[in-house]
Design a protein around this ligand. Structure first.
Ligand code: FES
Length: 107
């Protein structure tokens, strides 16, 4: 597990880009918890940073594909390719990601 950020760095219902683990990581905070996902949409490879967050979903800011942050799966017709999702834990204020543990369908 690698400490990648502090909890207060990630806004409520918002995102934080982090370069860690050799990955293009996006931390997302919602009332459902913290999620660690790939900061790249599988449709036209735009950043998911700044996308609208709703519960366990993030919407790509470019064309609006919705991804489930629990398993990386998209909905709709623009893409059927999942994005990467990593196991994340919060200890105190530390956000820790396990880059060896993928939760997405493409893993
Ligand atoms: S680039 Fe994300 S929906 Fe098109």
């Amino acid at each position: 597990m690698e400490v990648v950020a502090q909890l207060d760095d990630v806004p409520e219902n918002g995102t934080l880009k982090v370069a860690a683990g050799g990955e293009n990581l996006l931390l997302v905070r919602s009332p459902m918890g913290i999620f660690a996902i790939e900061n790249m949409c599988s449709h036209a490879y735009q950043e998911l940073d700044g996308g609208k967050v709703r519960k366990v979903f993030i919407f790509c800011p470019m064309h609006g594909v919705r991804f489930d942050m629990r398993d990386g799966c998209p909905s709709g017709k623009l893409t059927d390719k999942s994005i990467k999702v990593w196991h994340v834990e919060v200890h105190g204020k530390d956000i820790r990601v396990d880059f060896s543990r993928r939760l997405d369908k493409g893993a």
